[in-house]
Write a protein that binds this ligand. Structure first.
Ligand SMILES: NC(=O)c1ccc[n+]([C@@H]2O[C@H](COP(=O)([O-])OP(=O)(O)OC[C@H]3O[C@@H](n4cnc5c(N)ncnc54)[C@H](O)[C@@H]3O)[C@@H](O)[C@H]2O)c1
Ligand SMILES: O=C(O)C1=N[C@H](C(=O)O)CCC1
Length: 262
């Protein structure tokens, strides 16, 4: 049995993840963590009344010896400290939280190496999103003019989305950096052309009713290609999280991208 702590269990993804862990025959819910929690045990919540799982509200209170894997769906402000704590305590982090800076990822990789602990940061656990990123990287070799539109629910804290930023980074590996659009263009409203990553424009849409969606648009002389993926429900992320948990304790470094474990 893999013993799992779910950080951010009071949130949208954390709640879905707790249910996935409870339904999986190879997983045991060892602990949950969320500063927003009022309970001391998860059995104080009606839908989990038959369980006996400690609830933590502070990082330093967490008892680490009972935990193999730390699943993190928290917030851009919390994820670095959480991931560092997990790695320092030889708990394998499976990080879905977005918003980590490149320097933070570099530091976490060092801690993973020092403690010889496997971990994963996945900007998106949905297989449709993983495939979109791979297809987009392939297409950019032939169609280097590209814009990204990501669309999310209106409670999202970070922009652009982790998936959109990761898509741009993967494309940048195969695309020569260059300016796109008219060099003389002006913005009558600031931000009209979107964020700029090495000349690629990224547009962030936030609307109620949406979950997580991305389009990558390519244009060439006389033709265009659009690649799109949609997560209509948070269950779309769960098979990816489960695969990551199953495989991560065999690793000894911090990986970025679910494709590394598929
Ligand atoms: N990688 C993926 O596939 C994927 C999918 C969906 C969402 N996400 C990301 O997951 C994160 C969470 O999304 P959400 O929609 O569930 O957000 P949410 O706001 O619904 O939930 C976040 C929870 O984290 C808790 N929290 C805040 N600080 C904490 C801390 N220090 N330790 C533990 N818990 C803490 C909050 O109290 C809240 O309950 C976001 O960064 C989002 O972008 C990633
Ligand atoms: O709901 C969110 O927030 C999501 N965030 C991720 C991102 O920023 O790419 C993945 C999809 C859902």
């Amino acid at each position: 049995m893999v013993k799992i702590l779910v950080a951010g269990f009071k949130g949208r993804m954390g709640n879905t993840t707790v249910k996935m862990v409870l339904d999986h025959p190879g997983f045991e819910l060892a602990a949950v963590y969320d500063p927003r929690a009022k309970e001391k045990n998860i059995n104080e919540i009606a839908e989990f009344s038959d369980l006996d799982v400690p609830v933590y509200r502070e990082l330093t209170a967490i008892s680490c010896h009972d935990v193999d894997v730390w699943i993190d769906f928290t917030s851009p402000k919390a994820v670095f400290a959480n991931a560092k704590f997990a790695l320092q305590n030889k708990i394998s982090p499976v990080i879905g939280t977005t918003g980590l800076q490149d320097e933070q990822v570099a530091e976490l990789k060092k801690v993973a190496q020092q403690t010889q602990t496997g971990g994963l940061i996945a900007p998106n656990f949905g297989i449709s999103a993983v495939l979109l990123m791979q297809f987009a990287q392939q297409a950019a070799k032939y169609l280097p003019d590209v814009e990204i539109i990501e669309m999310h629910h209106d409670n999202k804290l970070d922009a652009p989305s982790g998936t959109a930023l990761n898509t741009a980074k993967l494309i940048a590996e195969v695309r020569q950096e260059h300016y796109q659009g008219n060099p003389d263009e002006t913005e009558a409203l600031p931000g009209a052309r979107g964020a700029n990553y090495q000349g690629m424009r990224i547009h962030s849409v936030r609307l109620p009713g949406y979950v997580a969606h991305e389009q990558v648009l390519f244009g060439g002389p006389g033709e265009a290609l659009t690649i799109r993926q949609d997560s209509f429900d948070r269950s779309s992320f769960m098979s990816g999280v489960a695969v990551a948990v199953e495989k991560i304790t065999d690793q000894h470094e911090l990986l970025v991208g679910l494709e590394n474990l598929l």
